[in-house]
Design a protein around this ligand. Structure first.
Ligand SMILES: O=C(O)C1=C[C@@H](OP(=O)(O)O)[C@@H](O)[C@H](O)C1
Ligand SMILES: C=C(OP(=O)(O)O)C(=O)O
Length: 445
């Protein structure tokens, strides 16, 4: 995990950003590819895996439970799995670092195995709510002993055979949905998750790809009903991970904001349950084109060409919050430079990410001269109409990669430096961020 020494930095743009880049592999798909490969018998190969700290935490945990996971000299990861139901008792605590996805999905996997695991994490992860997964997994028979408030560190004792459930998600969360589906994989009978609001569907796509019997139906009220038949046998796969749209968001917004810029980001995953940011930026007047549309590893992919644009404030759609949930911090930076008012609501979930992203963005944007009002469930931002922000402040990244990268982008359009107190959390999801940005013409100090 990233070390204890903070790495401060500030970013500026002496001229337009120009060039063609590829961002690292999708974090959500990378986690799932390791987990499912580790449950298939035989060798799976994964190309384009995100080699970020969050995904490496998942790899270490799967190794601790018996899988063989190796990165070849050809950059391809090779995984030999243990078979569904075959996870071994880990001898050490599972260190989840900064990663909510690792924690919640692995809690699901372990819940239907007769093993006991202790989950630990960093200061940020140890503040995040786990009751949302503890509740359904307890219904399936797991016994969980969390720290006060349903937090890490926690101990989870799985049950095999576990009890299949039908569970209606009380929060729009792909992590909770996936935890229940992964628990269902080794549970006799049918486990069902009802999802009133669509969240990222990588688990469903990949479970099917590995041969699990999974179906999705639409209920009368528009909810998705996802059913998985347990005690499945998974077949090893060859997975090609597309570029992460949540990472592409940073150079895309940077190119929209820095005058004269034109940037192409190649091979970006555009799964409709992930890609709403680009639609919202277009609604704001952003010049964003998709070229070379294709399918990679069962996911829609395209190259994104983006040119500097004067953005206009909007009311962001509430229906697609889940499809761009991690992109709001950088969208707020875009809104701070737009003409007029942006109102973004329905964002309660942002308060329980790596940091309270509503409060931290409001405070940081104000410190660099933006006009921001904080609401319980979002922000109201009155933009500058394209004028640079004042800058001249140090922002605490609070162990939150997306906060660090959002203020790196803000620094590109500020008169005085925007110092991020610690860029090291960026290694959780976007190793190489600084090099990619400087390659486009930004300066990092
Ligand atoms: O399932 C996933 O891979 C993720 C789901 C989202 O979290 P929630 O399920 O908590 O909304 C997202 O914020 C996270 O970065 C990755
Ligand atoms: C919320 C995030 O990740 P996680 O929940 O996996 O920590 C994120 O990457 O923005």
């Amino acid at each position: 995990m990233h070390g204890p020494t903070p790495r401060p930095a500030s970013f500026s743009a002496p001229g337009p950003l120009r060039g063609t880049i590829a961002v690292p592999g999708d974090k959500s798909i990378s986690h799932r590819s390791l987990m499912l490969s580790a449950l298939a018998v035989g060798e799976s190969r994964v190309e384009g895996l995100l080699e970020g700290e969050d995904v490496l935490a998942t790899a270490a945990a799967m190794r601790a439970m018996g899988a063989t996971i190796e990165r070849g000299a050809d950059d391809v990861w090779r995984i030999h799995g243990v078979g569904v139901g075959g996870l071994l008792q880990p001898e050490v605590a599972l260190d989840m670092g900064n990663s909510g996805t690792s924690t919640r999905l692995l809690m699901g996997l372990i819940a239907s195995h007769a093993i006991t695991a202790t989950f630990i994490g960093d200061a940020s992860l140890s503040k995040r709510p786990m009751n949302r997964v503890i509740e359904p997994l307890s219904l399936m028979g797991a016994e969980v002993t969390p720290s006060p408030g349903g937090r890490l560190p926690l101990m989870l004792r799985g049950l095999s055979p576990a009890v299949p459930i039908e569970y209606r998600l009380p929060v729009a969360s792909a992590q909770v949905k996936s935890a229940v589906l992964l628990a269902g994989l080794n549970t006799p009978g049918i486990t069902r998750v009802i999802e009133p609001i669509a969240t990222r569907d990588h688990s469903e796509r990949m479970l099917r790809g590995f041969g699990a019997d999974l179906s999705v139906e639409q209920a009368g009220d528009g909810a998705r009903i996802i059913s998985i038949r347990g005690e499945a046998e998974l077949r090893p796969q060859h997975i090609v991970v597309p570029g992460d749209p949540s990472s592409a968001a940073f150079p895309v917004v940077a190119a929209l904001l820095v005058p004269g810029s034109e940037v192409t980001v190649t091979n970006v995953g555009l799964n409709p349950t992930r890609a709403a940011l680009f639609d919202v930026l277009r609604m704001m007047g952003g010049d964003i084109e998709f070229t070379n549309r294709r399918e990679v590893g069962g996911e829609p992919v395209a190259d994104i060409v983006v040119r500097h644009s004067l953005l206009k404030g909007i009311e962001t759609p509430v229906e697609t919050v889940a499809s761009m949930v991690d992109e709001y911090p950088v969208l707020f930076v875009a809104a701070a430079l737009a003409e007029g008012r942006t109102v973004a609501r329905g964002l309660e979930e942002l308060r329980v990410k790596e940091s309270d992203r509503i409060a931290v963005m409001a405070e940081g944007l104000r410190a660099i001269g933006a006009r921001v009002e904080e609401l319980e469930d979002g922000l109201i931002i009155d933009g500058t109409g394209g004028d640079p922000l004042a800058g001249g402040a140090t922002i605490a990244a609070r162990l939150d990669h997306r906060i660090a990268m959002s203020f790196a982008v803000a620094g590109l359009v500020a008169k005085a430096p925007v110092v991020i107190d610690d860029m090291s959390p960026v290694a959780t999801s976007f190793p190489g961020f600084t090099a990619l940005m400087t390659g486009l013409g930004a300066e990092a100090a």
